[in-house]
Design a protein around this ligand. Structure first.
Ligand code: URA
Length: 188
């Protein structure tokens, strides 16, 4: 079976989880689960924490204000959005945008593992400290952003600050653009 078909079937499985009655609040209260978007051939996978309100409504990750900044950063890095796979650690919007709980992360984590097993990206870009913590538990985003880092299991990471953080902190915006240029250089 092709990797693309595996990835599409996994997306269907994730979407079908809505209404499965698992009892986890995120799965019960979201409008829909948001598996991720992008091709199985992606060499880069971008991982946020969890969908927000816009993503919950659209069923697509990073389509709100943070997503628009992410698009600009990808352009700065010379990476077409259609060439990367974009997803989240948790596939369902936490109510009132609270942080996902530890048991919710554990509940959703196997889906991300399976997506990564299918795609086998060269580089994984965790956005923000929450996503980073899942791949490099001891790393601090303030110390490791904008450079390559080896994560757990030998995964090649290139952590960036979360674009949403830059919406509230103008100083981070400049840092994110510098890091996007560093990403471009790391890929060339
Ligand atoms: N923030 C995230 O972490 N993920 C999204 O999909 C949107 C905003």
């Amino acid at each position: 079976m092709s990797a693309q078909r595996d990835l599409d079937e996994l997306a269907e499985e994730i979407r079908a989880h809505k209404g499965a009655g698992c009892g986890f609040e995120v799965c019960e209260t979201c409008t829909q689960l948001v598996p991720g978007v992008g091709p199985a051939s992606a060499e880069i996978v971008i991982v946020g924490e969890a969908p927000g309100a816009r993503e919950d409504a659209a069923g697509v990750p990073f389509v709100g204000a943070a997503g628009r900044l992410l698009d600009t950063l990808l352009a700065e890095a010379g990476i077409p959005r259609e060439a990367v796979f974009i997803t989240n650690v948790v596939k369902a919007r936490p109510p009132r945008n609270r942080d996902p709980r530890r048991d919710e992360v554990a509940h959703h984590w196997p889906w991300l593992e399976r997506q990564l097993d299918i795609i086998r990206p060269q580089l994984l870009v965790p956005l923000g400290r929450h996503a980073l913590a899942r791949f490099a538990p001891d790393a601090k985003i303030a110390e490791v952003h904008g450079a390559r880092l080896e994560g757990e299991g030998g995964r090649q990471l290139f952590p960036l600050y979360h674009p949403a953080a830059a919406l509230y902190n103008g100083g981070l915006r400049a840092t994110l653009f510098e890091d996007a240029q560093a990403l471009r250089a790391a890929l060339s």
